[in-house]
Each structure stands twice: as C-alpha cells, then as structure tokens.
Design a protein around this ligand. Structure first.
Ligand code: HEM
Length: 483
C-alpha cells in the first residue's frame, strides 16, 4: 500500500529506454541519430525521455506529438538548445537560427522576414538564379558532349553556392576568397562539427577539457577564423563601395549594413557588426548545402524510378515545347513536377531532427510535465516514414500527394521538411524557387543515365552522418543532351 502511495506521488514521466551510468543514452545515437532514435521509438513509444550525458532530452516521433509541440504548445517548445559548436560559430548566439527564444530572437526574426526573405526580395534575385542555371546547363552540356559522367553533388553545390554568393555577398563564387573545393570542404567540416555532440554540452566541467584534448577546439577555431576572415573582407568591400543601390538591387550584406546604419543613427546599440556576421553565417549554413543535398536526392530517386522520371520529363517538355529552357514562370504549370519535389522532401528531409528546447517550467506533453530548458528532438524523418500515416512509406510515389492538401509549410505535422511553428525555416521560398528552377532545367534539357552499367536497383541510397542527411555515396550520372 505504501509503495502505491509513493508511486502516486512521483510525477509521471515519459518512458525512458535504459541507459548507461554517466553517458546515459549517448552511445545509442550512432552516426545517424534520427535513424537510431526512430528504432528506439518503435520500442519505447513516440514520446521518450532519454538522457544524453547529464542532459534530459525529449524525443518526439509521431504526428500527434509534433502537433502538440509545434501547434498546441508552440511557445513552450520554441527554444534552441545551447551547443558549444553553435555558440562559437554564431559569435555567441547573436544570429537568428541558433539563438534562444527571447525578445532578441523575435526582433531578429521579424527583421529577417521583413527585410531578407520576403517574396519581393526572393523575386529580385531572379536574374541571378537564371544566370547561374544557364551556366550550369552549359557546363553539363559540355560533359554530355564528351559522354562524361557528372558528379551531381559537385554541380549542385556549385549552383547553390554561386547563387548564395551572388545574392548574399554580391560576389561570384569563382575567383572569390573561398572558391570551389575550398568552400565545399569548409562547409562540410562545419556541418560535421555542428552535428558533433561536444562533450561540453553534456558533461559540465570535465567536458570542456575532453573537447580540448580531442582536438575539437582547434578544428572549430580554424573554421571560425576562415569564416570571419571572409566576412570581414566582404563587409569592408561593401563599406568601401561608393555604388548607390536601390532596394531592388541590394544584396543581403547591403541590407544588413543598411539596418546597422539605421540602428546606429537611432542611438540603438544592440545590433552590432557581430550580428551582421552571425546572420551571414546562418545564410551560409542554411542556404547552400540544404538545396544542393535536396537536388541530389531528387535526381537519385528519379533515376531509381524510371517511370517517374519519364512522366515528369514528359510534363516539363510538354509545357516548354519549342523553348530552350524552363523559366520561373513555366514552373506554375508543372503540377507533377511539384509532387516529385514534395516526395523527395518527404523521404529525404535535409534536417531530419528538429532541435528545440522547452522555454518554461509549465511545458506539457500529453499530460506529462516537462521541465524548463529540456532539449527536444522532433524526428521529422521518422514521422515522414510512419507506416500508420503513409502507404508504402519507403517507396518514392509522388502521386501520393495528388489531390492532397498536405504541403511543407508547417501546417501538416506529418510532413515537416522546413520545420514548423514559430521557428519554421524563413528561407523556404528562397530555397524552393532555386530547387525548382535548377531541377526543372536539368530534366528539361538532359536525360540522365547511370554510369558503369549500374542498374537503378543497385543505386545506393544510404545517408551520410551528421547534422544534415546527405547522400553518402556520390551520385555520378551521364547526361545525354536532348537539345
Ligand atoms: C531545402 C532547403 C532548406 C531546408 C530543407 C531548410 C530547413 C530548415 C529547417 C528544418 C529549419 C528548422 C526549423 C524548425 O526548428 O522548426 C530551418 C531553419 C532556418 N533556415 Fe532553413 N532550410 C532550407 C533553406 C534555407 C535557406 C535558403 C535559408 C536562407 C538563405 C534558410 C535559413 C534558415 C534560418 C535563418 C533558420 C532559423 C529560423 C529560426 O530559428 O527562427 N534556410 N531551415
């Protein structure tokens, strides 16, 4: 009887998979935490409380739990966890993406949405997207003429990086301080570090020393120095320029420097050059790899599914017959093509785990009280493959979105490639216009063949490790010019 009374007094807690002393469940995360956590959730349920070192972490893996966090209790789940690596990269969290939920974040987010990512601004970058896509077509046509295979990861990266360089920094990628391979390596090292669970995040006091000894500090220092050197150079170039640009022709650095000047003029002191740099880091990290990774997955799935690629190419070529390329205006007509992109984002959300933190001690999850400051993972990868929601979830079937209202704008919690709630990706429109234009042109102009006699069934679809789910084995295809 005493035992029962005692049980009634213990606050209810979500189920927890057993862990080890000190490290808790850290060893169970593996290289691809979203996959390992999905397997754990199959056994322990869609709401789990795990322990990473000394840090309790809530893991949500069902559509209902995601809705509870991103809609019903949105504010309570709008924090971001602190991370040693993220803090270092963002000049101590003075950015938008990695900063905690606060008045500061609200101001910065409003400014980004109004000034940087609004539809008008996205449209103003259309000439850049067209120019870069044209250059891509020329370069792929040159490979097609030689019947040479193209590394889709490399060309996609070059496209998204060229676009971001022009629209953010006003520079072309070529001949820039960080061109070609150097930038790709730097971003790869950065996303690897961002996906690294630093010991300092989970083991107070001793963790810092462990990270220093493991070389994490010096790797991070190197990465930060390179970014900072580049950003200093770009900012100085803009400050020294006497070109007068109207709103239509500003790049992102111009906009941020204008906001900085306005703040200084009004006597405000909180928006400093470090804020400018930190937001540019967000654009670097959010704007380049994400689009490139999505393009690779889309082409990999299409080549793996010959009837789908035929259907989508027929559609694109039907609507653009007689034209030498697809324009942004043409995309509106391409209904099936849009389903193909949706299905790609369902199976391959680039950010498979949303990282959140609870913001108040009153947080609830299905009646479980959750402490303030608890790390939260929302496993959007697992939800998008949940057999209770999706028929044949592992299969690439764009038709599943036919006549369906489900889209990626954060209102449908079974499909959250851009996240949801108040921290949803503000770069969504920017990302989609680029992905659509580039992919449509690649499919319009070229047919794509697997190299070395490989069959579609043999194509490897394994994911690499880290913060973003990229295709592990490079996708190499031979383009056949259809012009
Ligand atoms: C395929 C492309 C992209 C994908 C899949 C993607 C995905 C995401 C996801 C999942 C989040 C977290 C949302 C959440 O916590 O609910 C996010 C946040 C963010 N993204 Fe993107 N993103 C993409 C492109 C971009 C681009 C092009 C930019 C900017 C140029 C951008 C800037 C940001 C920023 C600033 C945040 C932080 C928002 C905040 O915390 O308030 N993203 N993105």
């Amino acid at each position: 009887k005493n035992k029962r009374r005692h049980n009634l007094m213990i606050p209810k807690q979500p189920p927890s998979p057993p862990g080890l002393p000190v490290i808790g469940n850290l060893h169970q995360l593996g290289d691809r935490p979203h996959q390992s956590l999905a397997r754990l959730a199959e056994r322990h349920g869609p709401v789990m409380l795990i322990r990473l070192g000394f840090e309790p972490t809530l893991v949500l893996s069902s559509v209902e739990a995601a809705k509870e966090a991103l809609k019903t209790h949105d504010v309570d789940y709008s924090g971001r966890p602190l991370s040693f690596c993220w803090g270092k990269l963002t000049y101590n969290y003075v950015d938008v993406a990695f900063t905690s939920y606060s008045e500061y974040w609200r101001e910065m987010r409003k400014m980004c949405v109004v000034e940087l990512f609004n539809l008008k601004r996205v449209q103003s970058f259309q000439p850049v997207r067209t120019e870069v896509t044209d250059a891509l077509i020329q370069s792929v046509a040159a490979s097609a003429a030689k019947r040479a295979a193209v590394d889709l990861g490399e060309v996609s990266f070059e496209v998204t990086a060229s676009i971001i360089f022009k629209i953010a920094f006003g520079r072309s990628l070529e001949g820039s301080l960080m061109d070609g391979k150097g930038l790709e390596k730097l971003l790869h090292e950065t996303t690897t570090l961002m996906g690294t669970f630093a010991a300092a995040d989970f083991f107070p006091y001793v963790g810092w020393m462990v990270d220093k000894l493991s070389g994490l500090h010096s790797r991070l220092d190197k990465v930060c120095e390179r970014f900072d050197g580049f950003l200093e150079d770009v900012i100085q170039e803009h400050l020294n320029s006497d070109k007068i640009k109207d709103n239509q022709h500003e790049d992102i650095v111009d906009v941020l420097l204008r906001i900085h000047r306005e703040h200084v003029r009004s006597g405000a002191t909180w928006f400093t050059m470090n804020n400018v740099k930190a937001i540019l880091i967000d654009v670097f990290l959010g704007g380049i790899d994400t689009g490139a990774i999505t393009l690779v997955w889309a082409l990999a799935e299409l080549v793996k599914n010959p009837e789908v690629i035929k259907k989508v190419q027929d559609e694109i070529r039907h609507w653009t017959s007689g034209k030498d390329r697809v324009t942004e205006k043409d995309i509106d007509n391409l209904k099936y093509f849009k389903l193909v992109i949706k299905e790609t984002l369902r199976l391959h959300p680039v950010v498979p785990l949303l990282f959140r933190k609870t913001t108040t001690a009153k947080t609830q999850m299905f009646g479980y009280p959750i402490q303030e400051g608890v790390r939260v993972f929302i496993n959007v990868w697992a939800i998008a493959r949940d057999p209770k929601i999706w028929d044949q979830p592992e299969k690439f079937i764009p038709e599943r979105f036919n006549d369906s209202l489900v889209d990626y704008r954060g209102q449908h919690f079974e499909f959250l490639p851009f996240g949801g709630g108040r921290r949803i990706c503000p770069g969504m429109n920017m990302a989609m216009t680029t992905i659509e234009l580039v992919l449509a042109n690649m499919l319009h102009r070229f047919d794509w063949k697997l190299s070395d006699g490989m069959t579609p069934e043999e194509l490897d679809m394994e994911e690499g490790s880290g913060f973003m789910a990229f295709k592990k084995v490079p996708l190499k295809l031979v383009p056949v010019d259809n012009y």
